[in-house]
Write a protein that binds this ligand. Structure first.
Ligand SMILES: [Zn+2]
Length: 470
């Protein structure tokens, strides 16, 4: 619910076009047009919402997790009915089961969602459902429906949100989330019809992406189990109520498709172990994973060994990590990268640099590899190479704060202070900290002026006007 509320909050702050309250007819199901909120408005609102969200919650900034989530979503996107495939992704650092899609193309999960999913097919079923909410513009249509039922209540609500939002304090935002959220929850939680439509289209997307339709029913079962076990309702189920009809419908539809063999993905298994270590095992992770090795086989055993090697890297126990990896049967890119990182720790950066460069010639679109290679380049004193690599990464993923932060660090080492300040400014901007962003942009402008790089000075000034129009 709080997500929907903050969307409304952004709506009022960000759009120049006035919010109109003309009595729009609710489009029939399947009609994705909306007269109340335009697609362009949604796009801007979604981006504003995302930055706002990033400033308020902690997110996961691990390239392995970001790259996996990106791949997973974009496996589904071509088979969804989304008009725009320009999405923004966010992984929230929370053990709770939740996934969401925000109008304007923001798709997010809590990292803890992995704990409740048996495999990628199941997790994808939740994402496919969310993509259907987006492609069918359920949010805009729901607002219109609420508006038709009770125009006065919605107008009053929006007015009060504007009032509180313009005071721009955390207390104000927290206040409105707490007190008024409940009042409009019933108006804005998705209707049963929308939920069923999202299930129906989500399953189509799932199957068209080569995944198993039955994964959706399996995921429903997991959610209900989790909800029973916890004795309280899950956040996800509050915004996507799971009724007996929905479960039966999904099961009936899934039965029409042949069962697909589910692949046990090495990457997914590793990430699930990382989530388990983070939210359940904490400093017991090494002991527990080592214990599990006794009985583990196949992909699961490899994933345990990889996770143990990764823990060893974090503790700078190079030999221990390398020994774990030497026992793995697979040759996944992730394993080769980790191997090189451990070698860099033990033997210095040069040998690792050669391995990673060789990998980069084949794998040109892996942020995990680029971040690792940039790091080793910096250790080897190749500051210019590191900067160029990260610059390209920020061009490919211009809204991911982590990559800007890394670029800033490399540019500073490389002596390019203009770029270092500017990159740090982008990092703060996409993290939702406008004031800090403005300060860094101003430093970048001063620095460019000092070295008489007037072209860059003008470009950064222009960018500053975009991020802070006031
Ligand atoms: Zn839903």
């Amino acid at each position: 619910m709080k997500y929907l509320l903050s969307i409304l909050l952004c709506t009022c702050l960000a759009t120049t076009a006035p919010f109109t309250f003309a009595a729009n007819e609710l489009p029939a199901l399947g009609d994705t047009t909306s007269g109340l909120i335009s697609l362009q408005q949604e796009h801007e609102l979604g981006r504003d919402w995302l930055r706002n969200m990033r400033s308020q919650v902690s997110t996961i900034d691990d390239p392995i997790i970001l790259e996996w989530f990106h791949d997973l979503v974009y496996q589904l996107v071509p088979n969804s009915q989304l008009q725009s495939t320009d999405l923004e992704l966010i992984v929230i650092d929370s053990p709770e089961l939740n996934a969401f899609a925000v109008p304007g193309g923001v798709v997010g999960i809590n990292f803890g969602l992995l704990l409740y999913s048996d495999d990628e097919d199941q997790l994808s079923s939740v994402l496919a459902h969310e993509l259907a909410h987006l492609s069918q513009r359920h949010f805009a249509r729901q607002v219109e429906a609420a508006q038709r039922r009770d125009p006065v209540a919605l107008a009053t609500l929006l007015a009060s949100i504007i009032l509180i939002a313009t005071s721009n304090t955390d207390a104000g935002i927290a206040g409105i989330m707490g007190s008024q959220a409940a009042a409009i929850q019933n108006q804005l939680a998705y209707s049963r019809d929308f939920e069923r439509e999202a299930d129906r289209l989500g399953m189509k997307t799932l199957v068209a992406s080569g995944l198993d339709a039955n994964a959706m029913t399996g995921m429903f079962t997991n959610m209900m189990d989790a909800s029973k076990y916890r004795g309280s309702s899950l956040e996800f189920l509050m915004t996507h109520p799971l009724t007996a009809t929905r479960v039966a419908d999904a099961a009936g539809r899934a039965a029409q498709y042949p069962r697909k063999p589910r692949t046990e993905s090495f990457r997914f298994t590793v990430l699930k172990l990382i989530a388990e270590a983070r939210y359940r095992l904490q400093d017991q992770a090494e002991t527990e994973f080592t214990y599990r090795l006794n009985k583990a086989t196949g992909v699961y055993r490899d994933a345990l060994l990889f996770s143990l090697a990764r823990l060893a890297l974090q503790e700078e126990q190079w030999d221990k990590g390398l020994e774990r990896l030497s026992d793995i049967k697979q040759t996944e890119l992730l394993i080769r990268i980790l191997n090189a990182q451990l070698l860099a720790g033990r033997d210095g950066p040069i040998a690792a640099l050669n391995i990673l460069r060789e990998l980069r010639r084949i794998h040109t679109d892996s942020p995990v590899l680029d971040v690792a290679l940039a790091e080793v380049n910096l250790e080897a004193g190749k500051k210019k190479d590191a900067t160029l690599l990260l610059k390209r990464l920020t061009e490919d993923y211009p809204t991911t704060p982590l990559y800007w932060q890394r670029l800033s660090k490399a540019a500073q080492a490389n002596g390019d202070l203009t770029l270092a300040y500017r990159a740090l400014g982008e990092y703060h901007h996409y993290s939702g900290r406008t004031q800090e962003a403005v300060q860094q942009f101003q430093s970048a402008i001063r620095e460019a002026n000092k070295i008489k790089d007037f072209q860059r000075e003008a470009a950064i000034q222009e960018r500053l006007r975009v991020i802070d129009p006031a």
